[in-house]
Design a binder for this molecule. Structure first.
Ligand SMILES: *[C@@H]1O[C@H](CO)[C@@H](O)[C@H](O)[C@H]1NC(C)=O
Ligand SMILES: *[C@@H]1O[C@H](CO)[C@@H](O)[C@H](O)[C@H]1NC(C)=O
Ligand SMILES: *[C@@H]1O[C@H](CO)[C@@H](O)[C@H](O)[C@H]1NC(C)=O
Ligand SMILES: *[C@@H]1O[C@H](CO)[C@@H](O)[C@H](O)[C@H]1NC(C)=O
Ligand SMILES: *[C@@H]1O[C@H](CO)[C@@H](O)[C@H](O)[C@H]1NC(C)=O
Ligand SMILES: *[C@@H]1O[C@H](CO)[C@@H](O)[C@H](O)[C@H]1NC(C)=O
Ligand SMILES: *[C@@H]1O[C@H](CO)[C@@H](O)[C@H](O)[C@H]1NC(C)=O
Ligand SMILES: *[C@@H]1O[C@H](CO)[C@@H](O)[C@H](O)[C@H]1NC(C)=O
Length: 495
């Protein structure tokens, strides 16, 4: 209690540099960094923080970009707050006050001086308390006063020194240290002018802008529009209710099959719907129909019906006016020109499991499943080497050569179906007889797998095939003989 004067000085310094925490964090941050929506914590500003005159230094922007993502950037100035110096100062001052304490308890001659000290301390304490209670800005004047106080203490120590006839080393040392404190306070003052306080204010402003941005985003919470064939989104976030188009043209017993809408990358004005129910054995692909418009499809009008011998399973896909399918009782892939109904390419899919070895859950004979996304043709299958886990290959749609292969950790017979969007495989599984879940993803761009949960309502129990069309972002699903459509909702890209 007797010699808390340095401690009080310290308390003051402590307050004077109260904006330290934030600056310490910022100091180690890159000079420019984006602040994602969630990353800003609550402001740590408590009641009374001194404020110094601050030069404008920062260049801060906060905006909502065209994807609906709130973005903010902070540009920090080159000058950084001397956090290490402050810490040093704190340690020094604490040590100092401890020493002081020890000495003063020993030396009785100091009593007179100490009384003055105590009064001074009380005065200083009152002043500090006042500063804390009022949230007025601190100015140059406050610093001047602080410096005066320190000078005064310096004078008192000088006095003490003379009364002790220069024989006390500790007092000598205290003198030097108080001089040092003066220098540090001067330093801090100049630095603080254009540093921490301004940063804190900018960050608070930024938080407010982010909140505004969030609010406005919440208000316009309609699904973001992505142009046909675009991959500028962050993947599936939701799916519509199923829209039942019709029962397949061959009738209710034809529970297996596939259907879809051709994706023409270069001539999107073309329209072609295809329906390929398997024979009732659930294995042979023999007949398919083509329609040049959605109306024709709905009305069973102007259908072009063709026969092939034979395809196998419901893994069929159509891309750029060619049909791709697994040729019966083989691991061969076939490319069929839909204008002429002729097989133009036949190629073995190396190592592919075949003959109902690793088909999907609840769906037979779909060892080889073709898929179309924005970038073209893919094939989803398994190998003995992959122990039945899903293998994905990107194909050259001209030659059916395998361009690249990815191995996943997902067992193929435990998923009910799969499709690919923007290079990301999505796999489904049944939840019950009326609900299906998109639960697994494998991103071939990053080779990362992931878990999601998007529930698809379904009309009937089994999903035999899913074909994705990049131009309308729709899934074409063959559900126990019914042709069903689902619209996909994508999320904006995050980070
Ligand atoms: C500055 O540091 C002190 C002690 O570490 C802390 O109590 C105070 O809250 C910090 N100031 C700010 C504005 O965070
Ligand atoms: C932000 O920085 C840019 C480039 O340094 C400058 O042109 C612009 O005027 C600054 N804006 C503000 C508000 O300081
Ligand atoms: C403390 O404050 C009182 C009243 O403001 C003043 O009269 C006194 O001189 C001050 N003492 C010191 C040591 O500054
Ligand atoms: C005072 O500061 C100088 C230079 O900053 C340093 O070398 C010296 O050790 C300091 N003295 C004490 C007692 O802290
Ligand atoms: C925006 O909506 C989300 C959930 O829909 C909610 O958690 C958040 O608090 C909302 N934000 C604002 C600023 O209203
Ligand atoms: C997902 O879509 C369904 C059907 O349109 C809708 O009822 C539901 O609210 C959506 N869920 C979310 C999280 O947007
Ligand atoms: C689509 O087919 C046409 C005609 O065969 C061809 O010229 C074009 O290159 C194909 N486009 C793609 C992306 O394969
Ligand atoms: C696909 O094969 C054709 C013919 O060999 C070739 O011209 C084309 O560049 C290949 N495409 C890709 C993406 O490898």
């Amino acid at each position: 209690m007797k010699c808390a004067n340095l401690a009080v000085l310290l308390v003051f310094l402590h307050n004077a540099i109260a904006q330290n925490t934030t600056s310490a964090i910022l100091e180690n941050a890159p000079t420019a960094f984006p602040l994602p929506t969630e990353s800003l914590t609550e402001p740590q500003v408590t009641s009374s923080k001194p404020q110094f005159m601050a030069e404008p230094f920062a260049n801060v922007t906060g905006s909502l970009n065209d994807k609906g993502v709130c973005q903010c950037s902070v540009y920090l100035p080159d000058t950084t707050f001397p956090v290490q110096k402050v810490e040093m100062l704190q340690i020094t001052a604490y040590t100092l006050s401890e020493k002081f304490d020890r000495e003063l308890s020993k030396v009785s001659q100091y009593t007179a001086a100490i009384e003055i000290y105590e009064q001074k301390i009380r005065n200083l304490t009152i002043k500090v308390e006042h500063m804390e209670k009022t949230s007025v800005s601190y100015t140059e004047l406050d610093f001047q006063l602080l410096k005066l106080e320190i000078t005064e203490m310096e004078r008192l120590v000088t006095q003490l020194k003379s009364t002790l006839v220069g024989s006390n080393e500790i007092v000598e040392q205290l003198y030097v240290e108080i001089r040092n404190l003066t220098l540090i306070v001067n330093d801090l003052e100049s630095l603080d002018k254009n540093n921490i306080l301004a940063i804190r204010r900018e960050i608070v402003a930024l938080q407010n802008r982010l909140k505004e941005c969030e609010t406005s985003r919440n208000q316009t919470n309609t699904p973001t529009y992505f142009p046909p064939g675009s991959c500028g989104h962050g993947g599936i976030v939701n799916i519509s209710q199923p829209y039942v188009v019709q029962l397949n043209w061959r009738g209710f017993p034809f529970k297996y099959g596939a259907w879809g809408r051709d994706f023409f990358p270069q001539t999107p004005q073309n329209d072609l719907y295809w329906v390929a129910p398997l024979n009732t054995d659930g294995r042979l692909l023999e007949y398919y129909r083509l329609y040049n418009s959605y109306d024709d499809l709905l009305l069973f009008k102007n259908a072009r019906e063709k026969r092939i011998v034979y395809g196998e399973g419901s893994g069929t896909a159509v891309y750029n006016n060619s049909m791709y399918y697994n040729i019966y009782n083989s691991r061969d892939m076939g490319k069929l020109d839909l204008n002429t109904n002729t097989l133009t390419v036949r190629k073995t899919l190396p190592d592919a499991a075949m003959g109902n070895r690793f088909s999907y859950a609840g769906v037979g004979w779909q060892d080889i499943d073709f898929a179309v996304d924005e970038s073209g043709l893919w094939v989803i299958y398994s190998t003995e080497d992959s122990t039945g886990n899903i293998v994905i290959s990107k194909l050259n749609e001209t030659t059916l050569d395998v361009l690249h292969t990815w191995k996943t950790k997902q067992y193929k017979p435990s998923v009910s179906n799969a499709f690919i969007i923007c290079g990301v495989l999505y796999a489904t599984r049944p939840v019950n007889t009326r609900k299906e879940e998109i639960f697994y993803t494998f991103n071939t761009n990053t080779e990362q797998e992931g878990k999601i949960s998007i529930i698809m309502d379904k009309m009937l129990e089994t999903i035999q095939s899913i074909n994705y069309n990049p131009s309308d972002h729709t899934l074409y699903v063959y559900n126990d003989g019914y042709q069903v459509k689902y619209n996909l909702i994508f999320q904006p890209v995050l980070h």
